[in-house]
Design a protein around this ligand. Structure first.
Ligand SMILES: C[S@@+](CC[C@H](N)C(=O)[O-])C[C@H]1O[C@@H](n2cnc3c(N)ncnc32)[C@H](O)[C@@H]1O
Length: 465
């Protein structure tokens, strides 16, 4: 393509182009193979370019190499022929280079299967904590059932993951509805249950499906009252809960445990003009983070949480309820000896490996986690601002730790099952055993000095009519 040849740095670009027509706008889809003029490093990435004159429909991904100019888009129509290497962000109005966006929807998942490091075998801490909130979950569901009395009850678990936790919750929910039904609504048959299991597409849904025959057998045994067994239908709905998941007004109850503190993306504002993180040496908000980092994460949380609420309000029936269990923090300070401290220790463990020459400092500096632990006031403020829900309850739990010297190891295994997919891609699998040995040891050393208080919020939200 002659267009590129007029730019000296791009002399080595080769381009393959296909025309696609998604709906109204015709797009020219380019796959760009680009080589660095100094080191000949070759990169390849796909972009969508709008040929309409001024709009650039898409961006290159995650390419940050010395001496390589990042290709974001190009206008292929005269007189605006140009190559775009930076963008103006809508958020700040300032010129900044396109942040290296990770595709969490595709890449983030808990460790699947039932092996040593799987989420299935390393999620007992989440189970213990959601068990402590179980009475709130079940009371809310019973209340909703008594108010709405549907023939078919639609219940969604958002961020269900793989492993036993989701089916154990489903079992408790069926029993709770059955009990409410027997107390008050005996003249009607039991409702049918439709459970909609949501998680990101990389989730190991198959391992849940494989345990369904045993689940149904046990359920029949436990819930067979006078020969009346509930009909239970279970289906998977892969996709991000930051988008629409279900048809309008079809869901009665939404449950989500330990999932909503995962943001849709790393906030773009933590990258400088060169596309480098300003949060060096940290993997999330930590004690040495510049103030702009916590501001950026908070702003991303606000955007994501309000989108989440809006979509759920479209999917829930009137008076439908949500119970959301989410990691949070005690007060306004972003850095405390709570959840943020666990990420500080993870960064210190990676720094330990850097010091031993096991990985590079640049890798630590460029690793960020899409996590945010909101305060109660931040949650409340966002619910009010978005406006679709009444906040019926907001409870802060501090889940008891097992008084055991292996607690640090248990946390390390849990965090590994959650973060392994991202860490392995960034640092390589070979560092993981050593990293999590160090991490577990550091947690135990810190706990021996002073407690680390992990805060969990339980929210009950009622959709306004
Ligand atoms: C720590 S696990 C919690 C699993 C389960 N709810 C439990 O309590 O054990 C968090 C889950 O949230 C999922 N998740 C994170 N972001 C998500 C998103 N945007 N949409 C759907 N699921 C998401 C993750 O893939 C993961 O399976």
């Amino acid at each position: 393509m002659t267009l590129f040849n007029s730019f000296p740095w791009a002399a080595m670009l080769t381009v393959s182009a296909t025309r696609v027509n998604p709906g109204t706008t015709e797009l020219l889809q380019l796959t760009v193979f680009s080589a660095c003029c100094k080191c000949s490093y070759t990169i390849c990435f796909g972009v969508n370019i709008s040929p309409c004159g001024h709009r650039f429909a898409s961006a290159g991904r995650n390419v940050r190499y010395k001496n390589v100019v990042r290709f974001i888009g190009a206008c292929t129509r005269s007189p605006n022929l140009c190559i775009v290497t930076g963008v103006m962000t809508a958020e700040t109005g300032t010129y900044r280079w396109m942040a290296p966006e990770k595709d969490f929807e595709r890449e983030f998942h808990m460790t699947g299967g039932v092996g040593r490091t799987s989420y299935a075998r390393n999620s007992s801490l989440q189970k213990k904590a959601s068990d402590e909130a179980r009475h709130i979950t079940l009371e809310t569901l019973q209340q909703l059932y008594k108010e709405t009395r549907p023939k078919s009850l639609g219940i969604a678990d958002l961020g269900c993951s793989s492993g036993p936790n989701t089916l154990s919750t489903i079992r408790d929910m069926i029993k709770a509805v059955e009990s409410a039904h027997r107390q008050e609504i005996t003249s009607h048959p039991l409702p049918e249950f439709s459970f909609l299991l949501n998680d990101l597409p990389g989730n190991d849904f198959n391992s849940i499906f494989k345990s369904l025959p045993d689940f149904h057998t046990e359920l029949k045994r436990d819930t067979n009252i006078n020969g009346d067994c509930p009909s239970v239908f279970i289906a998977a709905y892969p996709g991000s809960f930051y988008g629409r998941l279900f048809p309008e007004r079809t869901i009665h109850f939404i449950y989500s445990s330990y999932s909503l503190h995962w943001l849709s993306k790393i906030p773009p504002a933590i990258y400088d003009d060169q596309g480098k993180s300003i949060n060096k040496g940290c993997v999330n908000i930590c004690s040495s983070s510049p103030e702009a980092v916590s501001k950026a994460y908070y702003s991303q949380f606000k955007e994501d949480f309000s989108i989440f609420l809006r979509h759920r309000s479209e999917e829930l029936v009137a008076s439908g309820r949500m119970v959301l269990i989410i990691l949070g923090r005690e007060g306004p300070d972003h850095v405390d000896r709570g959840n943020s401290f666990f990420w500080e220790l993870l960064a210190r463990s990676i720094a330990d490996l850097v010091a031993q020459g096991e990985t590079e400092e640049e890798k630590l500096d460029s690793y960020e986690m899409h996590f945010y632990a909101p305060s109660g006031a931040e949650i409340e403020g966002e619910v009010k601002k978005e406006g679709s829900f009444e906040l019926e309850r907001l409870e802060m739990l501090q889940v008891d730790k097992e008084k055991s010297i292996t607690y640090g190891k248990a946390v390390a295994k849990t965090v590994r099952a959650v973060q392994e997919s991202m860490l392995a891609q960034h640092f390589g699998e070979e560092i993981l055993d050593k990293l999590f040995d160090t991490y577990g040891r550091m947690i135990e050393e810190e706990l021996a000095k002073e407690d680390i208080r992990t805060i969990t919020f339980v929210l009950v939200l009622k959709r306004k009519i």
